[in-house]
Design a protein around this ligand. Structure first.
Ligand code: SF4
Length: 330
């Protein structure tokens, strides 16, 4: 059986069930890299220049992690999912970056998704991936339909408030939490940013669990309705320019205007799009002046103690603010 590797990094958090379904429907075995660790990070750092953003370094480390366990590694290049809305250059060049930098890199199965080139071209790219496993294009079309159904199921599970890890367990038929709001939480904090920053517990020092342990209900873009994210993006920037802008600008544009006691923006050091997006969010928070904002920038040197101190101070400030407001009510 052909073994296809999927690195547990970057778009894994959005699309793993879809990709897994597609490859398994075509008879392949899917192997995912292990969770991020010091070894994964160190290997990733060795692959690329220091200025590269942390998530790309992590991705290279994950490719190396599965390099000797698979026949192929799947690295799509997602350019554009909406007309005239584009992804960052790292996503565009990811297959070439991986091929040329990761030692012992297996054969890369890539594809370019760019809706601006029309649906025929997108279908052709999907066929080009499937042709690595079968010559039967009708079977590839059927696998793609099943993959899209899996994607819809997975995202409906995420909307219940589960993390991607929990949602994947649930999607695979395992036991997972319900995702229902916590009865014991006295604050609601929106943690906004790309899933690979928010849900990789190694690089963010288990940020979500730490906030929850402080008695806070965490809200994320994944559990926020798409229409609310679109409205949040429209409110802050009008029309989006970047793919996945809704994960940061859309979610912040929604929660800064209600539904949360505070907003924490999580971004990567060295990320061009995030530096522009976070500036927009900062301005909006300043203009509104109602919902406090904290921006956490992650890189490989981010210390656990410093991060925890910032989180505690932010949550403490939110509680004092809320108590003051409650006390001042007639
Ligand atoms: S959006 Fe930013 S963090 Fe994500 S891959 Fe591109 S440069 Fe890196």
């Amino acid at each position: 059986m052909v073994r296809i590797g999927i690195p547990r990094a970057l778009l894994y958090y959005q699309y793993y069930p879809m990709w897994k379904t597609f490859f398994e429907c075509l008879g392949a075995e899917v192997i995912v890299s292990d969770t991020t660790s010091k070894t994964v990070l160190t290997n990733g750092i060795r692959c690329v220049v220091a200025e590269t953003c942390l998530p790309t370094k992590i991705f290279c480390g994950h490719v190396q992690d599965i390099a000797d366990k698979v026949d192929f590694v799947f690295v799509p290049s997602i350019r554009s999912l909406e007309p005239n809305v584009y992804n960052c250059s790292k996503f565009l060049g990811l297959p070439d970056l991986v091929r040329n930098t990761v030692p012992g890199c297996p054969t890369v199965i890539d594809m370019e998704i760019d809706v601006n080139k029309g649906p025929k071209r997108v279908r052709g790219e999907i066929h080009s991936v499937g042709l690595h496993l079968t010559r039967d294009t009708a079977a590839i079309d059927r696998a793609w339909q099943q993959a899209q159904a899996a994607d819809r199921d997975y995202h409906s599970i995420l909307q219940r408030g589960l993390t991607p890890d929990e949602a994947i367990v649930h999607w695979e038929g395992g036991e997972a939490p319900s995702g229902a709001p916590r009865a014991d939480a006295d604050l609601r904090v929106a943690v906004v940013g790309h899933p690979y920053n928010i849900y990789d517990g190694y690089i963010n020092h288990n940020l979500l669990q730490r906030i929850e342990r402080m008695g806070v209900q965490v809200l994320t873009a994944e559990q926020t309705p798409g229409a609310a994210l679109d409205a949040g993006t429209a409110r802050l920037v009008g029309k989006p320019y970047w793919t996945y802008e809704d994960e940061l600008v859309g979610a912040a544009g929604h929660y800064l205007y209600g539904g949360a006691d505070g907003v924490i923006c999580v971004v990567s050091f060295g990320c061009g799009p995030d530096s522009l997006m976070v500036d927009v969010v900062r301005r909006a928070a300043k203009q509104m002046g109602q919902v406090p904002l904290s921006v956490i920038t992650l890189d490989e040197h981010t210390g656990e103690a410093g991060l925890l101190t910032r989180l505690e101070a932010f949550v403490d400030m939110l509680r004092r603010r809320r108590n003051r407001w409650t006390a001042s009510r007639p």
